[in-house]
Structure formats: structure tokens, C-alpha cells
Design a protein around this ligand. Structure first.
Ligand code: IMP
Length: 388
């Protein structure tokens, strides 16, 4: 399937349970855009859960807060934005979306919505017994669907795998641009030879690796360490967000293109932990202790799966705010005890990539680089540079 090059906000709207978050996350990955969860942003701004915001401040204040958050996000950088439940009803939000976003309505029928939302306690507007929930959903459909119908694109969703819905959304976006004769909004996107760039890292190993990759391409690399730049705090909740925080801050500050990466280990039985917190998860940043902690937590988890993956997002940011993301992932299992070797760092002794019976720590560097999350993200980055 053709993946459109999008450099604008894709706003997903729809009722609770329509799949905005799960579809949004995968769609963002496919489009190489960061994913932003509107509800999570409201919780972050308020410092409270959605249920508590509603309890403490009432619906009017909840909606006002939601409008403020949506305004900030809809004036922000390109991303896939999952809007909070009814936020598209607000006139200001719809007007801003028309100006700055391509809006996709994930339209689901009442039965699909009901099955997906029944029994969930995170959604403050859908609490109550089954009959109450069904009744409330019907009311929302009657009240809000007329607003959602103003979206640029409508995609009907039903009980199907998220990947299929994502495919339908991408096909609908391609169709929209084909029919409307509009370009895919990537006009002016940076497509020029890069001669010099900054690497947002103080890690000597990573710096050497990047220089080795980029120097043969005629690109001169300076690291944040070479330029005495301070560390940028990783305050995001996704790898893409953290990676972009670093590259965009430095690109703006020094007026040169900048690349950054963020990576970590996600363990299924721990609901994706330690994830973006992989470095901080290890007590005293000691990965020997970090691995013991991980094995202990897995031991205590009711979920006995050993599946895990490493993820890495490399971002390239330009001083004018434009950027590209390159994502890499490697799937594998967590060994029941450390499989220490002569190579690797971090959680490598515990990670056995799929198709192997040795850990990353027992694998030659060059072998690991071929299949690793960072190696794969860097390969995409190299392919991009070669295409310029
Ligand atoms: P960062 O991308 O430098 O912030 O890395 C975050 C943390 O993820 C590291 O400190 C490691 O603990 C872990 N990590 C990332 N990539 C790897 C890897 O290839 N092997 C082992 N651990 C890794």
C-alpha cells in the first residue's frame, strides 16, 4: 500500500470506543509522525485522571480545559492526534481543525462501541451499568454524529483487527488527496543535501557509531558533547516524543539539522515497561541491578509471557521545525537468567532476538547491528539520506 507523505496534523475523531488511540498509534507509526493522545494531554495538564477532573471541576470546566488543550495541540507540530471523546463538538476546535488538520472520523455503530467500552472505568462519561452505558452511547450518537460528519474523511470501523482499520484509513487518505486534487501537504518539505549535522548525544559509543555511518556519505557530524550543549530532559511519554524533544530543541538552538534517538525495552508481561523509562528503571543506572529488577517483576506478574521488543526512534529535525522520524524494532524473548557475553550493554544479556538462541550480549556487534532496533531505524535514516 502506498504510504502518503503527510506533514500535517491528522486529527482522529469519534465516540469513546471508536478506536482513536489504538488506530492512532499504529497510523502514526506508518506515517512516521508522532502520536499524541488528547485525553492523556488533558490529564497531564490537570495533573488528575479524567474521572477526577470531571468529579472535581464539573463538566463545564472539563470541557473548557479540553478546548484549551486541543487549541494548543491543533496549533502545534504535525502528528496523529487522537481527540478526546466529545472535543470535536466545540466550535473553536472544529474551526481550528479545518484550518490546520486533516480530520478523520472513525465511525462505529452502537454495538461495536458498546462492546469496546463496557466495563471500562477510565471513561468518565460512560460509567454505570450496561443499560445506562448503552443508553448514554445512543444519546451521544444522536447528539455528536452531526458534528463528526463535518470531518474531511469518514472511515467505518467494525470489529476487526486494528491493522485493517489502519489500512482503511490510509486508503481513505490516499483517496481523499486523489479526489480533491490536493497535494499531500508535503510541499516545502526539506529535501536538500545535508552536509553538516548535529547528533544530540553525549554517549561516546553512539557518537562513534553515527560518525562511522555518516562520514562516508560526506556529512560532517558534531555531537552535543563536541559543542558543549547541555542534555535535553526526556519528559515525553513515547520514544518519538523524546527523540523529537532532543532533535528539535538542538536544531532550533544551533541553526543546523540535528538527529537524535530514543530507545528502550518493552516487555509484554509488564504492559510494555520499562519502555521509555528503560534507563531510569535500573537502580543507580546499574543495568545488572536493572536486569534483576526486571526478572523479579516478571516473576511476580500474572502474565507469564516472555515476549519483549526493543524499539528505537531516530528523528531528524531542521531549524525551521520540519522533521522526519525513522523507527526500528526487534522482537524477541526475555531469558529466565542473564546470558552474559563479551558484547552489548544495558539489557542485552536478557534479550534473545527471535530466530536466535543467543542473547544480544553474545552476538557480534555487526550481527546485532543488522537486526537491532537501532540498526533498523538507522538503515531507514540512511535510505532517506540517499534519496535526497
Ligand atoms: P537511550 O535511547 O539512550 O535513552 O536508551 C535508553 C535505555 O534503553 C538504555 O539505557 C538501555 O538501558 C536501553 N537500551 C536501548 N537500546 C538497547 C540495546 O540495544 N541493548 C540493551 N539495552 C538497550
Amino acid at each position: 500500500m502506498k504510504i502518503p507523505e503527510i506533514n500535517k496534523i491528522i486529527l482522529l475523531v469519534g465516540l469513546m470506543g471508536s478506536g482513536k488511540t489504538s488506530v492512532g498509534k499504529r497510523l502514526a507509526r506508518k506515517l512516521s509522525l508522532p502520536f499524541v493522545d488528547g485525553d492523556a494531554e488533558i490529564e497531564k495538564a490537570a495533573g488528575l485522571s479524567l474521572v477526577d477532573v470531571l468529579k472535581c471541576f464539573g463538566e463545564a470546566e472539563y470541557r473548557a480545559g479540553e478546548e484549551r488543550v486541543m487549541k494548543r495541540l491543533l496549533k502545534g507540530a504535525p502528528c496523529v492526534l487522537a481527540s478526546g471523546g466529545g472535543s470535536f463538538v466545540a466550535e473553536q476546535t472544529r474551526a481550528l481543525a479545518k484550518e490546520n488538520a486533516l480530520t478523520v472520523w472513525l465511525k462505529a455503530d452502537i454495538n461495536t462501541l458498546y462492546h469496546r467500552t463496557a466495563g471500562r472505568t477510565r471513561r468518565p462519561f460512560l460509567l454505570g451499568d450496561n443499560e445506562t452505558v448503552k443508553h448514554k452511547l445512543q444519546e451521544y450518537i444522536t447528539e455528536e454524529y452531526p458534528y463528526y460528519s463535518e470531518a474531511d474523511i469518514v472511515v467505518e470501523t467494525r470489529d476487526e483487527r486494528v491493522e485493517y482499520t489502519v489500512r482503511h484509513v490510509i486508503a481513505a487518505i490516499n483517496n481523499y488527496y486523489r479526489k480533491s486534487g490536493k497535494k499531500t501537504e508535503n510541499k516545502g518539505k526539506q529535501k536538500m543535501k545535508i552536509k553538516e549535522l548535529v547528533f544530540a548525544s553525549h554517549n561516546a559509543g553512539k557518537i562513534a557509531e553515527i560518525k562511522q555511518i555518516l562520514t562516508p556519505l560526506g556529512i560532517s557530524v558534531k555531537s552535543a558533547a563536541d559543542m558543549n550543549l547541555p542534555d535535553v530532559a526526556e519528559t515525553g511519554t513515547t520514544f518519538a516524543e523524546n527523540s523529537l524533544l532532543k532533535s528539535q530543541t538542538i536544531a532550533k538552538a544551533v541553526g543546523l539539522p540535528c538527529i537524535a534517538d530514543d530507545s528502550g525495552l518493552c516487555v509484554d508481561a509488564l504492559n510494555g515497561a520499562p519502555g521509555v523509562y528503560s534507563a531510569r528503571y535500573a537502580p543507580d543506572r546499574d543495568f545488572d541491578k536493572g536486569m534483576d529488577k526486571l526478572l523479579n517483576q516478571m516473576e511476580q506478574s500474572a502474565d507469564k509471557s516472555r515476549k519483549a521488543h526493543f524499539s528505537c526512534v531516530v528523528s531528524l529535525a531542521f531549524p525551521n521545525g520540519e522533521y522526519k522520524l525513522f523507527e526500528g524494532r526487534v522482537d524477541g524473548t526475555i531469558a529466565t537468567a542473564k546470558m552474559t557475553g563479551t558484547e552489548g550493554f544495558g539489557y542485552d544479556p536478557l534479550f534473545v532476538p527471535d530466530g536466535y538462541n543467543i542473547s544480544f550480549a553474545q552476538m557480534e556487534k555487526s550481527e546485532k547491528n543488522k537486526i537491532s532496533h537501532r540498526g533498523r531505524a538507522m538503515q531507514k535514516f540512511k535510505d532517506y539520506l540517499a534519496s535526497l
